[in-house]
Design a protein around this ligand. Structure first.
Ligand code: BTN
Length: 280
């Protein structure tokens, strides 16, 4: 398996097996150090691990984010979690694969809100942000196609106890942590358990289009709505919401609405006025 250290028997003061039971996970692997938890989860899934299998690490040596970026977190300060999701039995095929990251982003936001009491936002496609303060979580979904519908590895990085000065230069000013936002120490096991709980519902709907309730919950948290955006550096228009398949809806200067399925989105204009205010 693609691990660099042995699986831990205890984590945060309790046997890993007790966390597994408390969280209702069919399988839980906790590692001290690993390249990327997504690679370990993928290897487990390829060997037949069931949906809901979770891999947690204290540290990653090659943690990755979207768009080929690196994902850094100091040892023990973040949740570095990957979860295997398989199509539900008898469920629909991959009718809306683009809905999966949005659904998972919503699940992570709801879980973190439950534990911290803070109101959090979503930045398409799946950053979880504390509005006006910075990004608290990022999600990297990796799909593997194959017999039986394949599977998705949902890689979730949550900043839990970092201080603002702990973040690397490239994200300092745009990242924050749940403890900073809440103004008190937040427990990693509490957040991890809440995420796995919220993911169970998300997994049931897997790659179905987002339904009206999900779209409303996303709209309530959508920090891009009404903002003028560029996509991959090109000014494209004003965000007007999310489509059921998970695409970002943009209204262009001619009034027509187009769908963006992938790309790096930036907010244009006066929103970029100052440090730490430029992040929605
Ligand atoms: C992003 O915002 O660009 C996505 C970041 C995803 C980071 C998590 S940490 C756990 C999992 N393992 C990885 O290598 N990446 C994801």
């Amino acid at each position: 398996m693609v691990t660099e250290g042995a699986a831990l028997a205890t984590w945060e003061g309790r046997p890993v097996e007790e966390w597994r039971e408390a969280w209702g996970a069919p399988r839980l692997v906790v590692l001290d150090a690993v390249g990327s938890t997504n690679d370990v989860a993928r290897a487990l899934a390829e060997a037949g691990a069931p949906t809901g299998t979770a891999v947690v690490a204290e540290r990653q040596t090659a943690g990755r984010g979207r768009g080929g970026r690196r994902w850094h977190a100091p040892h023990g300060a973040a949740i570095l979690l990957s979860v295997v999701l398989r199509p539900p039995p008898g469920g629909s095929a991959m009718t809306a694969p683009g809905a999966i990251p949005l659904r998972i982003g919503l699940a992570v936001a709801r879980a973190a809100e439950r534990v911290t009491g803070a109101g959090l936002g979503l930045k398409w496609p799946n950053d979880v942000v504390a509005p006006g303060r910075g990004k608290v979580a990022g999600i990297l979904c990796e799909a593997v196609l194959g017999a039986g519908g394949g599977f998705v590895v949902a890689g979730i990085g949550v900043n839990v106890s970092q201080r603002l000065e702990d973040f690397p230069d490239e994200v300092r000013g745009t990242a924050t942590s749940l403890s900073t936002v809440a103004g008190r120490q937040i427990s990693r096991p509490d957040v991890c358990g809440a995420i796995l709980d919220a993911l169970r519902d998300a997994a049931m709907r897997y790659a179905e289009p987002l339904d009206a309730r999900e779209l409303e919950a996303i709209a309530d948290r959508d920090v891009l709505r009404g903002r003028e955006l560029s996509v991959d550096g090109v000014p494209r228009g004003v965000a007007v919401g999310i489509a059921p398949e998970g695409a970002l809806r943009l209204r262009g200067p001619d009034g027509s609405v187009s769908l963006v399925h992938s790309g790096t989105v930036r907010v244009l204009g006066s929103y970029h006025s100052g440090p730490r205010e430029h992040y929605p």
